[in-house]
Design a protein around this ligand. Structure first.
Ligand SMILES: [Zn+2]
Length: 146
């Protein structure tokens, strides 16, 4: 995958199935979106740290219309913004699979890295599951065919 700037290590890690976010080497604050310089303390030193793919739903939306590159998700699909555990409140966007009928803000989720084909390029993306839903059993019941 091509480098895309300050967030290149994020994409490289995600391509390898890991979530990494930059943390300031001076004050320890996690950042997202990626930055070249810490907005908290001004340090230019960053380290890329691994985080578990777990967190809490900050917001979600169920989409009933097929927009551009989202054919692989099927309809309807649910997008979520997840506040990542132990990452200073940093949030990431993804989709959620499994039974989302009773999804609520504040629900606990766990995730996995998937590959989505967009304009003939495979791009790593985050797929989330409500805690208590196993990824294997719920993926097969969801109609999602990624
Ligand atoms: Zn800092």
């Amino acid at each position: 995958m091509k480098g895309v700037g300050a967030d290149e290590p994020y994409w490289l890690a995600l391509s390898a199935g890991q979530l990494k976010l930059p943390e300031c080497s001076a004050c320890g604050k996690a950042h997202w979106p990626a930055v070249w310089r810490c907005g908290e303390c001004g340090s230019w030193e960053q380290q890329w740290t691994s985080f578990e793919l777990s967190g809490t739903i900050f917001s979600w939306a169920r989409t009933w219309h097929e927009f551009g590159a989202s054919k692989e998700f099927g309809l309807p699909y649910v997008s979520v913004v997840v506040e990542i555990d132990n990452a200073d409140g940093r949030r990431l966007l993804g989709t959620i699979a499994g039974n989302t009928e009773n999804i609520r803000i504040g629900d606990r989720v766990h995730g996995e890295v998937i590959s989505v084909n967009i304009e003939d390029e495979n791009i790593p993306a985050l797929r989330w599951y409500l805690d208590g839903n196993s990824s294997a059993s719920k993926a097969s019941n969801s109609g999602v065919t990624l």
